[in-house]
Design a protein around this ligand. Structure first.
Ligand SMILES: [Zn+2]
Ligand SMILES: [Zn+2]
Ligand SMILES: [Zn+2]
Ligand SMILES: [Zn+2]
Ligand SMILES: [Zn+2]
Ligand SMILES: [Zn+2]
Ligand SMILES: [Zn+2]
Length: 1754
């Protein structure tokens, strides 16, 4: 290292050069030189290595960076600027900019995470986006838009007329004057500037290109060799996507001997920039590190790339990047300069083709490191892509090199966003460019061929074979898929006009595409597995991935074809011949057979899906089906069908493969393929799934429709029967008798197959909602999908979107139709908005809708029947009226009335006559009835539309009246139906059969009428059925009765089961939840609260207080159900409780958390920065029952952890458990204690002065005793002992051992949680923490009640009421468990804050004490002192009252000291009241003591107002405290919110309603105290700005304000940089909702060590901001995050909703999001009620995967 060090120029030498260097002179010297390049290179050769990359840059400080930056600018770039501009650069550039006429393109390049907007109405395609600024100034913000976050790269398309159908310019980019875009901007520049521009740009760009593509580590290009070359090298580590962060960090620590932190920093930079030097020194030194790294990383995979490079090479590469950035900046000033750079870049060099500088960069792209790529890509975007003329030239170059670039990319391992190929989105999505490239460079064909070339693995027939893929090939396959994306860009906008050239090139591309499809046709064939289960699931995903990726392409190609008839017909021909080619091998080796049925005969061949190979992948067939439908829509089809190439089709061949595939699905449903495992089930699932079905299942159905429309329907059906392997069932002589089959499984299989086949026939004749099959528009198709989705149940917008196929533009067409069929219901505070089908659309419901899964179908059926019953209609679900067919498909209807189908229908109906024993199924019958219904509707329709009887060829009614074929003896189909109508076992189908028979009657009437030449139409539901009505009614009543009986029976069964269940789970469930809720509220009833509400004057503190002790408290244990009275000496009863630290009330989040070991919690600071909150679900148990329960939980947990090794939602080791009844998260129990005794009215009540005197004496005695105890001997005279006061008295413990034990339990929990320490019963702080949680909990509840404007009493839920009451009584008794001296000492110290005591040191000043805490502590600790007084002369109550008075006065002073500001005082209008005068008086007293520290105030009114408002929360909290302490019923006025509170409050607290009288009446006593309070040095210091001044009333904390529009947040987050890694973008910016800090979450860079463990930024933040608990908004994910401690957390729905009332967690849908205030308030309330931990617990309990997330890393 030393050698390397000495080699460097000391910085001072360089400084000297700064001073002597003149950029201007250098520039003019260069200008005069003969060879400019030589001069510039010579300069760079000297300076670059001296300025850049000096020494180990691992430790580079920001100062070092700044120095480099400055030197670069002054010594290297400035001369270039002088040279270019010929004058002072700043002036020159400003001038250029002024004269520039900028192009209207915005071109803003997106940062990672920046919001982008796309208009769903106007964007040419979804890749057209606007930046936020442009969007806000555009017309689109009023349109339907989509918002996404950018992944980085890409730029704003504002101003690009081709990108937008409407409104291409925002306000800012609207061209001001009509500018000729063809005009050359270079012509605008002065000619000498142009000349200099060319030469400088050429030199610099060439230099940069040479350096970035430079491959030698030790040499430099000619002319750049440094004057002296030292032995200084870098060990450069390069990024790859193979090794993980952890591997790299570990290796680096070993190889270069750095700390973990440095290693993390290296790894982060390598990941970001693509390379980083990890060591600097001589060659040997670097080589050594390299070999260690290579050795360490080469074990499992290829090693990390490391190179040892000479420092001068690194320096030049570094400067090359800076030079490129510089070029990018300079051309921003002038479009002319930009064009010059474009010309320089694209100018072909002497070497010819692909030799321009830009070509060189592109062709070396995959060899460069990330950082270099990023910078030059950015330059390309700023230059070539911003200049419309050169964009075109560049596009051609890009297309020419396309194949090569893609190959490089596929071989490279960097993500696509770092590859030059990613620019395709910027070029191909411009329709004019795409079309030009297609015509001139044959782009479509090139892309497809490149793609096919990369997939080389084929089987013998030339089909793709993915199952033999190695991991590497699979990786490659993944990368090749981006080519499909390019193809999509090219095809995304259809041409509006076709040139002959375009036709030729498109068809060439189409042909290439067919080649691709041919490789897919028949891939991954399956064979049914019989006997054994398959051993290994075959690979199927790759083939489906390919299919899925191509789905949109196939659809788009069809769309292209549809715009030009000539192209369409030509494409059809090509597709047909491709299919024939695929079919050429088809019937080989299969024996021809001949089938006959119902008098018809057909030839086919033997093939069985259940035995032979079958494939799901038939893209060629399906494309042909799609084209056929398109043909059907054309003019030719309707007028000259003979001109179509239909003659070449062989219909049986067309249907063969799709039919096999559909039969395969049927057989899988029938359970025949169980042994083929999950891969087949998955394939079938995707085949029907919305992502694939458009180009799979849907097209197969269409293909059957195509075939059926061209064949004899009987032949078609016979082939179908044969492929379903059902022919024998229907063809046997007595087919109407059920084919008897011995094997039950086979019967069941066949039943399912018959059902599936009938369903298929229903689809073939009934699915007409594709434009071209039926006479419908795309609009109708979408609407029908929605109607059927909503027929299942009301759905949210996103659910509907998911159920609909998206087109290439990611649109479903939903928005155009939704409002016409559904009504929207807004969401509440939870849930989401729902769409509900309008009732008039119910009649369009089709039970056999082809996109229903079986589950959908049965749900929809149930919902529809229920609806009909509710409306009092019959429950028949007849088929809806189908739309008419297109001419080419017209003959499909004949299927309905063909003999074979009638035979099938007849057979099923015949079977149905007998109540089945497995021979037939109800679904089978239902389908037949449906088919009959469809046929009747068809006939009815034709009759209605016809003018006379003669042109209605469809005569189904006639056919079904015909008797059955011999030899069957049964009657006609109609006769069968009539006989089935009243069959008791067909109750469910009765309504449908009735409907059919009615239709038949209708049609007959119509036929009669039309034949009598009248064309009156008869609408259904009128006329002949009146008589049927009454019968129907009676029938329905009978059914209703039956249903009721059935329901009752079920109810009886259920209650029986329930009893059984409860018996079995006796331990935990003896009483249901409701009963228990009732019992707790019953307990609340005999609590004092509501029993005597309106007593004349209730007083809760002092000698006059009213007690509530006489009442017995009876409670029930939720575990054993025994009732028990609460007694001090009884069995202990406990309340499940949860204790947690809280910062909810904190007014100072910057205060550090206290050191647990040395923290003295005796005085709470008024900033309340950290408190302890206790909550309870209110459920009571015996202490013993609870202990048993908790032990069981512990045991179970131990076993669970052994098994699963995960943590649970609750942390048993920390004492956590779930309440056995309500599963509320708890971590301790509070023992229940009896009420306080009623006041002893026999004792005297000394006044304040007398009491203080006694108290002082008592304290003096205690001091003396304590000293004696600790020192052995006490000096000084023994103080006078007040009468009856016995220091050594030990009061009897009022509690049984079990109660005492529970007291210790709760004390220890509070101690442990509050201080984060291990339990220690001896610690003198134990009682303080209990008092603290009592005071803090009351304070926080007082705030909640105040902010929600609820009355102080009576509005709390039972559980909180019970919790506060037990907590307060417990706190008053806890001193019994602590050593007496401890509590005495506490009392002495506490009192000294009010009554200064010379023997007590370090008492805080009154501005540093929260008075409510002080009140609670003094009152509770006094009990122990009082217990020593055995005189029986004084009551504890008067002491409480005196303490209240004293603290109140102190608080008044505190409020007065802090409330005044310098604001102008208002003049008094009226005379001052007594209160105001007294306030002024007190204030002036304070000013007397403190002088000018306090401002002068003249307005007593204002002062008094401050006092009254400031002191109110204290009084309210005090009222709550004494209410619970003494069980005194509250006065009526405090049970309601509203005025009159003040007086009621004061009287309840036994205070004068003019509080100032407290001071006035004890003037002489208090005056010296006030004087001493004010003289505490802390007061003056704080008031003069030496500390945090807390003003009263303390404002309630709220969560931060959030913007209404979510994109504002995204934008904020996108400019947020990681605070640790110098200006890097944060990947997961996360907002703390409590304090508003933005954090860099879920990232290595911002991990912090907390308690010896590395945690993410969020968790670390919770420890400073929320005492371990935090609420965050993850901005990129639009997700609220709750974390508690290090192991627990959950996600919570964000308060942002889209217009459809839904959240968008993960920001996947991109609908605009707006703040929902109610939901945000709900989150806020959760936080303020301390409910977050509980929510996390519930979420984790409900969703065990949340437990597995490493929350601490977020
Ligand atoms: Zn923009
Ligand atoms: Zn704009
Ligand atoms: Zn728009
Ligand atoms: Zn019990
Ligand atoms: Zn509970
Ligand atoms: Zn960070
Ligand atoms: Zn925070």
């Amino acid at each position: 290292m030393a050698a390397a060090q000495s080699d460097r120029d000391p910085p001072s030498a360089l400084c000297a050069e700064f001073l002597n260097f003149s950029a201007k002179d250098t520039a003019s010297r260069w200008l005069a030189a003969a060879d400019l390049q030589q001069e510039v290179y010579a300069h760079l050769a000297v300076y670059v290595p001296r300025i850049l990359c000096l020494g180990p840059s691992g430790s580079s400080s920001s100062r070092e960076e700044q120095r480099e930056e400055l030197a670069c600018q002054l010594l290297l770039l400035a001369p270039l600027e002088w040279l270019l501009l010929g004058e002072e650069p700043a002036t020159g550039l400003a001038l250029l900019q002024e004269k520039n006429q900028p192009s209207p393109l915005c071109g803003h390049v997106f940062k990672v995470g920046e919001p982008t907007y796309s208009c769903r109405e106007c964007a040419a395609d979804p890749t057209c986006v606007l930046c936020m600024q442009c969007f806000l100034g555009s017309v689109h913000k009023e349109h339907r838009y989509r918002m996404t976050t950018s992944g980085g790269g890409g730029f704003c398309d504002c101003g690009d007329a081709e990108a937008w159908k409407k409104g291409p310019y925002c306000q800012k980019h609207t061209p001001t004057e009509t500018r000729d875009t063809e005009e050359d901007p270079v012509a605008q520049l002065p000619p000498d500037l142009v000349a200099r521009g060319y030469s400088i740009f050429s030199i610099i760009l060439k230099y940069a290109v040479d350096m970035l593509t430079w491959e030698q580590d030790d040499q430099l290009p000619a002319g750049l060799e440094p004057p002296e070359k030292g032995d200084t090298y870098y060990c450069m580590l390069f990024n790859d996507e193979v090794h993980t962060y952890e591997q790299v960090i570990y290796t680096l620590q070993k190889a270069v001997n750095c700390s973990q932190k440095e290693a993390v920093s290296f790894a982060t930079t390598v990941d970001r920039d693509g390379r980083k030097s990890v060591r600097y020194g001589d060659f040997q030194f670097c080589e050594q590190a390299k070999s260690v790294i290579v050795r360490n990383t080469s074990r499992q995979s290829k090693p990390l790339r490391v190179e040892v490079m000479h420092s001068s090479v690194v320096a030049h590469q570094c400067f090359a990047l800076k030079a490129l950035s510089w070029l990018g900046q300079v051309i921003q000033y002038s479009d002319g300069l930009r064009r010059i750079l474009c010309q320089v870049g694209l100018q072909a060099a002497a070497e010819g083709e692909n030799s321009s500088l830009v070509d060189q960069l592109m062709l070396n792209d995959s060899k460069m490191w990330k950082g270099a790529r990023n910078i030059y890509h950015q330059l390309l975007m700023n230059s070539l892509l911003m200049d419309l003329k050169y964009k075109k030239i560049f596009a051609i170059q890009f297309a020419k090199s396309y194949e090569r670039l893609q190959c490089d990319y596929v071989r490279d391992d960097h993500d696509r966003e770092f590859s030059i190929t990613d620019l395709s989105v910027q070029i191909f999505t411009v329709p004019s460019l795409a079309r030009m490239l297609m015509v001139e460079e044959n782009l479509m064909k090139t892309i497809i061929k490149t793609f096919v070339d990369h997939l080389r693995h084929r089987d013998l027939q030339g089909r793709f074979q993915f199952d033999r893929y190695t991991a590497q090939q699979a990786f490659k396959f993944g990368r090749v898929q981006s080519l499909i994306g390019d193809l999509k860009y090219v095809l995304i906008s259809r041409p509006s006009e076709w040139s002959d050239q375009l036709r030729i090139k498109f068809l060439e591309g189409f042909e290439a595409f067919l080649e691709l499809l041919k490789c897919m046709q028949g891939m991954d064939p399956v064979v049914r597995q019989v006997g054994q289960h398959i051993e290994m699931e075959p690979e199927w995903e790759a083939a489906f991935t390919l299919q899925m990726k191509l789905t949109h392409i196939i659809s788009m190609i069809q769309e292209w074809c549809s715009t030009d008839e000539r192209v369409l017909i030509e494409a059809y021909r090509k597709c047909l011949s491709a299919l024939s080619h695929c079919h050429s091998s088809l019937p080989d080796g299969e024996q021809p057979i001949s089938l006959s049925l119902a008098g018809h005969c057909v030839e086919t061949f033997r093939y069985q899906v259940s035995q032979d190979k079958v494939s799901i992948h038939l893209p060629v067939c399906r494309l042909l089906a799609g084209l056929h439908v398109l043909l059907s829509r054309t003019e030719v089809a309707s007028r000259f069908p003979e001109q179509l190439p239909l003659g070449e089709l062989s219909p049986p061949l067309l249907i063969e493969l799709p039919l096999r595939c559909l039969v395969l699905c049927a057989q899988v449903h029938a359970g025949m393929w169980r042994r083929n495992g999950f891969s087949l089930i998955n394939q079938i699932y995707y085949y029907h799934n919305v992502k694939c079905r458009v180009e799979m299942f849907d097209k197969d159905v269409i293909m059957l429709q195509v075939g059926a429309s061209m064949m004899d329907p009987n032949h078609f059906l016979m082939i179908v029967l044969s492929r379903f392997e059902l022919f024998h069932i229907f063809s046997s002589a007595d087919c109407r008798k059920r084919y008897r089959e011995a094997n039950k499984d086979v019967v069941q299989q066949n039943n399912t197959l018959i059902e599936e086949m009938l369903h298929l026939i229903i689809m073939v004749v009934g699915e007409r909602y594709v434009s071209g099959v039926g006479q419908v528009e795309a609009f109708d198709e979408v609407r029908r999908e929605i109607v059927h989705q909503l027929s299942i149940r009301p759905m949210a917008h996103s659910e509907l979107v998911k159920a609909l196929p998206e087109n290439g533009n990611k649109e479903t067409g939903l928005e155009r139709v939704i409002d016409s069929v559904a009504s929207f219901k807004k969401p509440g505070v939870t849930g989401r908005g729902l769409y509900e089908l309008r009732p008039e659309w119910n009649k369009h419901f089709n039970l056999y809708f082809h996109h229903y899964s079986r589950a959908d179908q049965s749900k929809a059926e149930e919902a529809q029947r229920k609806l009909r019953r509710q409306n009092g209609e019959d429950t028949a679900l007849p088929p809806p009226l189908p739309p008419p067919l297109c001419p080419l498909f017209g003959s499909l209807v004949n299927l309905l009335q063909c003999d074979v189908l009638l035979a099938v229908e007849g057979a099923v109906l015949q079977w149905a006559v007998e109540p089945s024993g497995g021979g037939w199924t109800e679904s089978m019958l239902q389908r037949v009835l449906h088919l009959v219904g469809v046929a009747l509707l068809e006939e009815h329709q034709q009759l209605e539309n016809s003018s006379g009887d003669d042109d209605v060829t469809f005569n189904y009614t006639a056919k079904i009246t015909r008797p059955g074929e011999a030899p069957s003896t049964s009657g006609s189909v109609l006769a069968l139906l009539e006989s089935l109508q009243n069959a008791p076992h067909l109750e469910v189908h009765k309504d449908m059969i009735t409907w059919i028979l009615k239709m038949v009657t209708n049609i007959k009437t119509m036929r009669e009428r039309t034949s009598s030449a009248s064309t009156v139409t008869i609408s259904q539901g009128q006329g002949p059925e009146e008589t049927v009505r009454d019968k129907d009614k009676a029938e329905r009543k009978r059914k209703a009765e039956m249903a009721r009986l059935r329901r009752e029976k079920i109810m009886a069964q259920m209650s029986e089961m329930q009893k059984h269940f409860i018996n079995e789970n006796k331990e935990l469930f003896q009483q249901s939840l409701e009963e228990l809720e009732a019992s707790t509220s019953a307990a609340a009833e005999h609590s004092p609260l509501s029993s005597e509400p309106s007593c004349v004057s209730q007083v809760c503190v002092g000698p006059r207080r009213v007690g509530g002790a006489e009442r017995r408290q009876l409670v029930t244990c939720i575990l054993c159900q025994e009732e028990q009275e609460v007694r001090g000496h009884g069995r202990a009863m406990v309340l499940a409780a949860f204790v947690q630290r809280s910062t909810v009330l904190s007014k100072n989040r910057r205060r550090n958390l206290p050191d647990p070991e040395h923290h003295d919690p005796l005085f709470m600071h008024p900033d309340l920065s950290l408190g302890i909150h206790t909550a309870s679900c209110g459920h009571i148990m015996h202490a013993t029952c609870w202990q048993r329960y908790f032990e069981a939980v512990q045991l179970k947990e131990q076993r669970r952890q052994q098994r699963l090794r995960g943590h649970t939602s609750y942390d048993v080791e920390n004492g956590e458990f779930l309440c056995p009844l309500c599963e509320c998260l708890s971590n301790t129990v509070i023992p229940l204690l009896p009420h306080t005794h009623s006041p002893d009215h026999s004792v005297d009540h000394p006044n304040l002065e007398a009491w203080l005197r006694t108290a002082n004496q008592q304290i003096a005695v205690l001091h003396f005793a304590h000293r004696k105890q600790s020192d052995g001997v006490a000096e000084g005279a023994e103080p006078a002992v007040p009468e009856g006061f016995r220091v050594d008295f030990t009061p009897q413990n009022p509690f049984s051992s079990s109660v005492s034990e529970m007291i210790t339990t709760f004390s220890m929990s509070t101690y442990k949680v509050g201080l984060k320490v291990n339990p220690n019963e001896q610690d003198h702080r134990v009682p303080v923490l209990i008092w603290s949680t009592c005071a803090y909990t009351i304070q926080s509840i007082e705030r909640l009640l105040m902010d929600e404007e609820k009355p102080l009493f009576g509005s709390l839920p039972c559980r909180q009421d019970d919790c506060l009451s037990s907590l307060t009584r417990f706190s008053s008794a806890c001193w019994t468990a602590a050593p007496a001296t401890t509590t005495h000492t506490h009392f002495i110290r506490l009192l000294s804050a009010l009554v200064p005591d010379s023997q007590v040191e370090n008492t805080p000043c009154i501005l540093d004490i929260d008075m409510f805490h002080l009140l609670v502590y003094t009152v509770l600790s006094y009990n122990s002192v009082h217990s020593l007084d055995q005189s029986g002369r004084s009551g504890v109550d008067s002491a409480h009252l005196h303490l209240l008075h004293l603290v109140t006065v102190a608080h008044l002073v505190q409020v007065l000291l802090t409330s005044t500001t310098e604001e102008v005082c208002m003049d008094q209008d009226s005379l001052a009241t007594e209160e105001e005068e007294l306030t002024c008086q007190l204030y002036n007293t304070l000013r007397k003591h403190l002088g000018s520290v306090l401002p002068e105030v003249t307005s007593g009114w204002q002062l008094f107002h401050c006092v009254k408002v400031g002191v109110l929360p204290f009084l309210r909290a005090a009222a709550l405290f004494f209410h619970y302490l003494n069980s005194t019923a509250p006065p009526a006025d405090l049970l309601v919110a509203g005025p009159g509170q003040w007086e009621a409050l004061c009287s309840y607290l036994s205070l004068p309603s003019n509080l100032l009288q407290l001071y006035q009446s004890q003037h002489t006593l208090l005056e010296p105290l006030i004087h001493r309070w004010c003289c505490h040095p802390g007061v003056r210091q704080t008031l003069q700005g030496g500390g945090v001044i807390v003003r009263f009333p303390r404002e309630s904390n709220r969560l931060i304000e959030l913007p209404e529009d979510y994109s504002v947040l995204i934008n904020q987050a996108s400019s947020f940089t990681c605070p640790r890694s110098g200006g890097d973008k944060s990947r997961a910016p996360t907002l703390c909702l409590v304090c508003g800090s933005m954090l860099c979450s879920q990232s290595y860079c911002c991990q912090t060590e907390v308690d010896g463990e590395d945690v993410g930024a969020c968790t670390a933040h919770t420890f400073t901001c929320g005492a371990g608990l935090g609420l965050f908004l993850r901005v990129r994910e639009s997700q609220v995050l709750f974390v508690a401690g290090k192991t627990k957390g959950c996600f919570y729905p964000p308060p942002y909703l889209d217009d459809y009332g839904e959240t968008d967690q993960g920001l996947k849908r991109g609908n605009p999001l707006h703040l929902c205030t109610e939901r945000y308030r709900k989150i806020e309330r959760l936080w303020r009620q301390h409910g977050i931990a509980e929510v996390i617990g519930h979420a984790q309990e409900a969703n065990q995967t949340l437990v597995a997330i490493d929350w601490q890393h977020l």
